[in-house]
Ligand binder design. Structure first.
Ligand code: MN
Length: 360
């Protein structure tokens, strides 16, 4: 069975006669397979997709093409095939901002502020409609509005930031002035006093505690970022820890750490540059020595199984980067697979929940 067909095709081909057998098999599978992971959430997952074609948090063209490329790679069909109810809220539109001069060295501050306000409202609406929110970037500055809107709708969240970079420079420590390297500093309560006033950001207040943030995949961290992470005791699993512990132990420790206090909804902010550029080179700031495809997928499967995954950013896919078309395909398809993993796809195979199978 080809991967692109999946579970809907299985239930159809089994037909009415085989349905009881398949349901019995499903019970057996449920009893025997889940030794290591908790059982999947029982209800059908409903997914709300927001396209956020925004690129002004960095300087390279193309990252705004990603939402449509992810759709064209079959994201919606494949989510439906694995039993998700999908609502596509379409792409947001972002107005051009005139005279958007740098502020304290940070570039396109006003455009980034406006875009994130729009995104925050959109994510809030998707969460209030009861969906798992999938936010298709765009560059990583979008996490400001995405996480802000998520917390506005559901209250405090745990943030799992999967990235080669920590994206926690403040506007005053940033060397490049690109806001896609700064979003976590805008979001943390503990850094509020370190941020200068910024135009078009008066709508937002910090909404994440440093205790509720975990990094996975770091390997290119600026000295100021390293200082901030140590000062605030932020939990971080760099590639060195991934190498030392293995991804399974990392994920256990991530979830143990986050559920130590209350179990909050999880916001997964997934930068495609966390994955090794051997697989995902079509991105603006690739760094060698990243997560393998398998480690990247494992993170999504594991978080899905917690039943707490509430919103996911998929950012920094840039179809205009990469040396050849095959690089773009590989990057886009990996991003789609990561999103499917967040929404219930298991590599051992899936079928629709019992109540969606034909009656015997
Ligand atoms: Mn990033």
């Amino acid at each position: 069975m080809s991967r692109s067909r999946g579970s809907a095709a299985i239930s159809l081909s089994v037909g009415m006669k085989g349905a009881r057998t398949l349901q019995q098999l499903s019970l057996t599978v449920k009893r025997s397979l889940h030794h290591h992971l908790p059982p999947p959430p029982p209800l059908q997952r409903s997914v709300g997709i927001i396209g956020a074609p925004f690129s002004k948090g960095q300087s390279k063209d193309g990252v705004d093409c990603a939402p449509n490329q992810l759709r064209e790679a079959g994201l919606l069909d494949r989510l439906q095939q694995q039993g998700c109810a999908v609502k596509d809220y379409g792409n947001l539109t972002f107005e051009n901002v005139a005279d958007d001069e740098p502020v304290n060295g940070s570039k396109s501050v006003r455009a980034v502020g406006n875009a994130n306000q729009t995104l925050s409202e959109a994510v809030k609406a998707v969460k209030r409609d009861g969906h798992t929110a999938l936010i298709l970037g765009g560059d990583h500055s979008l996490a400001i509005g995405s996480i802000h809107g998520h917390t506005a709708a559901v209250g405090p969240v745990s943030v799992i930031w999967v990235d080669a970079h920590a994206d926690i420079n403040t506007p005053l420590t940033s060397k490049t002035g690109h806001i896609h390297g700064q979003p976590m500093s805008y979001l943390l309560y503990e850094l509020q006093s370190k941020l200068p006033p910024l135009p078009n950001f008066s709508w937002m207040k910090p909404c994440v505690s440093s205790r509720d943030l975990v990094y996975i995949g770091l390997r290119d961290v600026d000295p100021a970022e390293h200082y901030i992470i140590k000062l605030l005791s932020v939990k971080a699993f760099s590639m060195t820890q991934v190498d030392q512990l293995g991804i399974a132990r990392v994920m256990e420790e991530v979830c143990d750490y986050l559920s130590d206090s209350a179990k909050k909804p999880i916001h997964l902010s997934y930068d495609i540059d966390a994955i090794d550029p051997a697989v995902t080179s079509a991105t603006g700031t690739p760094v060698v020595g990243g997560l393998t495809y398998r480690e990247g997928i494992y993170i999504t499967e594991y978080l899905c199984q917690t039943g707490l995954l509430s919103a996911v950013d998929m950012v920094e896919v840039n179809p205009l980067r990469g040396r050849v078309q095959e690089d773009v395909h590989s990057t886009v398809n990996t991003a789609v697979d990561l999103l499917l993993g967040c929404c219930g796809r298991r590599r051992e195979g899936n079928h629709l929940p019992d109540y969606l199978l034909p009656e015997p």
